[in-house]
Design a binder for this molecule. Sequence first.
Ligand code: GCU
Length: 433
Amino acid sequence: MQYPIPLIGCAGLYILSFVILNSLRAQPAGFNYEEAKVPDYELPSVLKLNNGTQVTTSSQWIEVRRSEILHTFEREMYGRRPGKPKSVLHVVESIDKSALGGKAIRKEVTIRLKDIGPGFDLNVLIYLPPDASGEVPAFLGYNFNGNHTIQSDPGITLSKAWMRRGNEGGNVDHRATEAARGQSSSRWPIETIVGRGYGLVTLYYGDVESDHAEGWKDGIRAHIDRDQEGVVLDLEDWSAISAWAWGLSRVLDYLEKDDHVDAFKVSVMGHSRLGKTSLWAGAADQRFAIAISNNSGCGGAALSRRAFGETVARINDRFPHWFCRNFMKYDENEAELPMDQHMLIALMAPRPVYVASAEEDLWADPNGEFLSAKHASAAYGLFGMPGIAVEKQPSLNESVGDTIGYHIRTGKHDVTDYDWNQYIDFADRHLKQ
Ligand code: GCU
């Protein structure tokens, strides 16, 4: 059968403009996507103390250099954070031992932050292997659109929180409806995760702070005014990313008490802005066994000085709430940064860390993510560990590295089964010996 020509024309045009629009959205114009145009830059040394002394031993790292770097990131980029709240209630809301047709145990837990404000709850969703009798290692990560989107399991409580997507993905007017169930399930292969003996722990990042410039008003930043040392913490002394990272630590506090999860074996994982968050969470809270960054890009794993794809000025302009006030000093001024993102990854040392890129995700600067991982390896050397152990970015779909893992897979900015399979293999290597 032959289609009438005008119909092909319209449909073709529609598909073409959809493809073009999507790729423009993924790779905004006016930024550098060419390796040859990366400016010359010099990275600050992971192993040089602020006073210029070279660090040669692991104890110098543990006692001095690590906290120097951590404080630099706190001061200049992500901001400080509060300590552990005094009054917290953990409520196990439900347990279903035959969720997903008997393939998993599902548990919902409320973390009620009582000293922060009435009704300030973190709603945590946990899936466990069906036969889990003792404690299992787990992956912990925020979801973008509510717990109910990670699986079409009708037993998951529908989030009542404000959603970033207004009228798409099953939301109406920024609120979830039943139609939102399972919308992000391709990013959460629960059966594979529990099938390989891991728990999956997730919560909606908007439970801590909504992701927009005014989001702090209903989030924890409106309620807390002291950092962990009791020093005054103004709104712009910290940031949404620090608040979200702090929330992950509160979930870990709960997991320390949960009989089914081994809190010493929790890998904190996140995609994109939530990958920036997982790296900062792992850096700031050394209880996390592994940190995993999936396509985290600018402000996450990618080196800022390369100004490839997204830049410091652009991220501060579009997302002014993600970083603390001081980070704006580096708009179009990356050379003045006292640190770069390889030092964020180094803050995991000697704990394992995994960085993943995607070939089409140029906005996130895949090579800049790789180089960060590579330059972070110096800190692992102090512990006699090889770090990434390769000189060059590996070929597509090849996972490399030892204590620092890395891959670049085919495809776009996303979380895929391929990514998860690498994370599970990496966790097996480091947590299951
Ligand atoms: C934007 C932003 C990125 C971020 C991404 C995401 O593209 O510029 O920095 O990683 O959103 O979180 O999806």
